[in-house]
Each structure stands twice: as C-alpha cells, then as structure tokens.
Write a protein that binds this ligand. Sequence first.
Ligand code: NAD
Length: 424
Amino acid sequence: MSEKLSFVNPTANSPWGTYLSQVDRVVPYLGPLARWVETLKRPKRALIVDVPIEMDDGTIAHFEGYRVQHNMSRGPGKGGVRFHPDVTLEEVMALSAWMTIKTAAVNLPYGGAKGGIRVDPKKLSLQELEKVTRRYTSEIGIIIGPHTDIPAPDVNTNAQIMAWMMDTYSMNVGGTATGVVTGKPLHLGGSLGRVKATGRGVFVTGREAARRLGMDLRGARIAVQGFGNVGSVAAELFAEAGAKIVAVQDHTGTIVNTNGLDLSKLIPIANKEGVVAFKAGGDIVPNEDFWNVACDILIPAALEGQITAERAQKTTAKLVLEGANGPTVPTADDILAERGVLVVPDVICNAGGVTVSYFEWVQDFSSFFWDEDEINVRLDRIMMNALNQIWDTADKHKITLRTATYAVACERILMARQERGLYP
Ligand code: NAD
C-alpha cells in the first residue's frame, strides 16, 4: 500500500507533487476563481480495493487496486485503468487529476478519474488476468457507471480487458451497459479510430507546433520513448509525414539509427518482443544515451517522471510532445523553457484518446455508429480548436503552453464549481 496517503503532502518528485506544483503556477491567472483552487488540490473520492484471486497453481494472491475520482464538477469521471507493478495510490491520484485538466482543456463534458492495480500482468496467465480484471471491476463497481465514472485502457490494459470490465459490470447490474467503459472491441460498442486516437492527437498537435516553430516535418529527426499504443502510432504518423524516427526506447532497451528506423519492420517485432529484438535495424545503446541522441522532436510516451533536470539539459530537441502523462518533472520543465525548447504538454498533447473515448460513449448511448473519417475529422477539429485557444492564452500572458492549458482548463472547472455552488 502507498505509504503517503495524505492528499496534501506529496512525496518529493512524485507525480502528485508535480501536479500540485502545476496547479500552483496557474493561480495568478485565475482571478476571483482562485478562491476555489483548493478543490483541485485534493481528489473528490479515492477507493482502495483488495483484489484476491486463485492463481493457476491453486495459491491465493492478493493485489491492491485503486479508483480515484478527482473531480466531477463538469460531468462524470473519466480515465483509464493501469496494470503495473509500480502503481501507487499517489500515482493514481495524479493521473486522475491530469484527466480533470485534460477533459476540461479539450472541453469534453467530463471530470477526471483514474484506476490501477499494482500487478505485473506479464507474470499472469490469461485466466489470471481475467480474474484480476473481473474482481477489480466488481470491487470498484460501487463507484463506476455510465453516468458516474467511465474507465478506459491505459498502460498494459487493452480492448479485451475493457470487454471483461463491461461484462462484469453488466452482470452485476443485470443488463448490458456498454457505456460503462470505453476502448472496447468494435463489435461490443467500441469506436472506430479509438486505438490510434491518442497517437493521432500527438501527431496533430505536434504538426501544428512544428508549423508554428517553422520546422519542416520532412526529414525532422524524432526520438520516441515508449513504443506501445501511443508511441508507435505517433511515430508511424510522423514517419508518413516524412520525419525520421532516429531512436526508440521501450522497457527492453534503446535502439538508434541516425538514418531512420524502418517502422514497417520494427513495429511487428516491438509488439511481440520489444524494440531491442530489432537488432539488424539499428544500434543498441545504453538507455541513458537515448537522451543524448541528436533529434529535433522528442516524444516521451512511456511513464511519468522521465524527463529529469539532467535529461532536460542534455536533449537537443527543439520540440517535446508529451504522449505520456506527466513525463516532465517541474524542474526539467523550467530548464526546457529557459533553453527555448517548446513543450506541448500531456494535458493537450495526448487528449486524442479521451476525445475519441467521448465519441465512443456518445455513440453507445445513441446506438448509432460513425465511420472512421467522421471520427478523425471531429478529432482533428476538437484538438486544433483546443490547441489554438491555449496558444492564444500563452501568447496573451507570455506563459508556457502547460500553464496556458491549466489556465484554460482550471477556469472551466472552477467556473462550473462556482456555478453549482457548495453543497450543503
Ligand atoms: P502501452 O502499454 O501500450 O505502452 C507503454 C510503452 O512504454 C511500452 O512500449 C513499454 O515497453 C514502454 N515502457 C514501459 N516502461 C518503460 C521504461 N521504464 N522505459 C522505457 N519504456 C518503457 O501504454 P500506452 O497506452 O502507449 O501509454 C503510454 C503513456 O501514454 C502512459 O503514460 C499513458 O498514461 C499515456 N496515455 C495513454 C493513452 C491511451 O489512449 N493509451 C491516452 C493518454 C495517455
């Protein structure tokens, strides 16, 4: 169990501490709404659950799970579920808070939530994975629902896991509640375009940022950390636009090719064995060298806290696209700003996933499904509108895109809080 349970005392350099300092930075731009800012500094509700299952060998294992609903002022909670051996309550709190900011930044009618189980799914059989998923879903079933809190995939969770979650919730309520989770398989109320949505959003915001910087994507050198759903899709779209993917790092290691890695060969291998198995396609280098690779664009798309102050000093990138949630610690953020490196922050850069999740939820309720072109046109429009508004705010106050995103989002959330009033 997480050792620090306090909502207000973060562990040093933790994701929750990072989030709190991001909120502190926005206070000067909130005007009279600043009186409500404490609302954002603590989750509305945090549930810790025990997930006991019988393992294939007959032993009983217990895993710890969480669901945190950070804020629901603007609508139901929304946010993924992460299966990872390092998951803590404090991490889930931060991830849920970033969802609150993100859904408001792109103006979706949601609040923010997140869930997780401290488990290494790679060590579970398929049956054990299903049991963990179903028991966890049943335990958090008291607070999730199509109108209250809607989970989705995150690190190490996928459409199959969402199908089990939807089925378990549906069994418990006695019906078929497709709208309780998003990121489902297509024939179970999933949406076209959802799998690629987050990577696509990273590409759309990155392309616009590059245009504004006067950077030609043709020949631009890109380093990508994390080559899963987000990183590999973003890399593919940038490569299609003429960029060269010169370095990729995942949990197996780092591979570099200054002429550009051949993604059509790398992706199938990376999906199965990890990028280091692609030996013939580039040089395998020590992980820390990833941060020195000469590049124009850096895409952190793995876990939080990856861009430290030291790595921010080293990078040669002029543009950082935060595919992951919380990849840059606050001290590194300051260094990047001082060095003139533009950061498109997570809360807008990776909002494509939750945007298409929203489309999926809307389609589930209306039982009318859109084609992929319609999804992508609407996604691009929402992302571009949000980014342009954030850019205008950044220009107006001469602040970073991150602080501007927080300013736009926090104003919407706190205005809703104020208009709803404080109960009782
Ligand atoms: P994923 O499980 O598909 O992929 C994660 C990738 O990170 C894998 O390539 C893995 O090997 C790599 N990785 C794990 N630990 C690493 C380490 N220590 N060093 C380097 N690489 C490591 O997950 P994903 O869905 O692509 O999510 C990646 C990030 O994007 C997370 O921060 C997640 O919260 C965020 N995100 C995901 C979505 C989504 O729709 N999937 C939406 C918004 C944000």
